[in-house]
Design a protein around this ligand. Sequence first.
Ligand SMILES: [Zn+2]
Length: 128
Amino acid sequence: MNSYFSRLLSINNFGSSCFVNLLLLILLLGLVGLSWIVNGLLVILGVITIIPVIILLIFKWWLKHNLVYGNCPVCNSKLTGFKNMKSYCLNCGETLESQNDEFHRNIPVSTVDVEIVDSYDNQTDESS
Ligand SMILES: [Zn+2]
């Protein structure tokens, strides 16, 4: 009695939606055949696994051709930046622009670069 009740319960758990799904699956198998469905699933699985690898390879290639490694022209610290883009030196904060795989200072044309010489030290050296 108890086993009959549990079997009845399991039949009731089967449900109508599961039965409809099973019927649709059988109908689909009858229409297109099992090999087409298996092949389709394999193709979808292959595409899902291959596309991220292809995107990763393309991104790696793009990075290789667009990254510039060099030194800061002001403080000579190592830098990494993108080609033809403005960047900042993380060490000294200088605005830099990468051209021809090198970093250049981004200064206006009318700016004159001046080196500061401390005159007080020169006077004390001459007097002594
Ligand atoms: Zn710097």
